[in-house]
Write a protein that binds this ligand. Structure first.
Ligand code: INI
Length: 156
């Protein structure tokens, strides 16, 4: 039997334009995610002038900024970065839940990949583990997912 035709995205930033929307809340973590994302952009051949970084107050504000960036037609993908750490109140559930739902919705409504690079963790230690500057940086992984999806969507 002949093999089915495989369609896969390429993780390359060459010729791509990407926007990052990053929350300022918990900046001691988000700045590391941002470093990981920009390092992945450069490592994959992206030009500095083709990467935009937009800051918003907190994770709750990421969906609206991501939607506007996606709808602008200027970017092949949007990466949303943030960090929500569980506290003693139900606030976490509202912020994390609305952020995840809104980011998914922004992608579906604009047709532009919007990547969920938001840590939702119980403790600061868990956040630090995932924002390490070396391997395992979730910002870098989010950028790679954005590049793969941008390439894939162009083929579908
Ligand atoms: N925003 C975050 O990005 N992370 C959090 O952990 C957080 N907590 O815990 O409150 C948080 N709150 C702010 C929120 O995102 C909005 O900026 C604010 O409610 C104004 O709309």
């Amino acid at each position: 039997m002949t093999e089915p035709r495989a369609i896969e995205g390429e993780v390359s930033a060459r010729g791509r334009r990407v926007a990052i929307a990053a929350a300022r809340f918990n900046d001691f973590i988000v700045s590391s995610l941002l470093k990981g994302a920009t390092a992945a952009w450069t490592a994959r051949g992206g030009a500095a002038a083709d990467l935009a970084v937009v800051r918003v107050p907190g994770a709750f504000e990421l969906p609206l900024a991501a939607k506007k960036l996606g709808a602008s037609g200027r970017y092949d993908a949007v990466v949303a970065l943030g960090c929500v750490i569980r506290g003693d109140t139900p606030h976490f559930d509202y912020v994390a839940g609305e952020c995840a739902r809104g980011i998914s919705q922004a992608g579906l409504e604009t047709g532009v990949p919007v990547i969920f690079g938001v840590l939702t963790v119980e403790t600061v230690e868990q956040a630090l583990e995932r924002a390490a500057t070396a391997a395992g940086n979730k910002g870098g992984e989010a950028m790679e997912a954005a590049l793969e999806m941008a390439s894939l969507l162009k083929q579908l």
